[in-house]
Design a protein around this ligand. Structure first.
Ligand SMILES: [Zn+2]
Length: 108
């Protein structure tokens, strides 16, 4: 049995470590950033609870800048930095392990 492997060489792309990505976040109070699409301030408004899209922009594998968009503007701009990661931030909770030592009461 002879299998010709010559023509089907799979060109392996180098695993891109860093590429632009976009995440959806709440607008923080005191935010002074401007939307990269419409140029308006991405304002925090307690009543409205705006969402913003924060993009880490990479060029040729190197981080160059952060861009902020209004959530709507990012869509309007045609999602220039790819799909928005809408996974909410999980804040790392510190387990007070040291504060509560487990007491093992043993009856010998
Ligand atoms: Zn905007």
């Amino acid at each position: 049995m002879s299998v010709c492997m010559g023509s089907t060489t799979t060109t392996k792309k180098p695993t891109t470590t860093a590429r632009s990505r976009a995440v959806l976040r709440d607008v923080e109070p005191g935010s002074t950033v401007e939307c990269a699409h419409c140029g308006e301030r991405v304002k925090f408004q307690a009543k409205v609870r705006h969402k913003q899209v924060i993009c880490n922009v990479y060029e040729r594998g190197k981080w160059v800048r952060v861009e902020h968009f209004h959530a709507d503007c990012y869509e309007a701009a045609g999602e220039p930095h790819g799909d928005v990661d809408t996974t909410p931030v999980v804040k790392a909770r510190r387990t007070p392990a040291a504060a509560a030592p487990t007491l093992e009461t043993r009856t010998a």
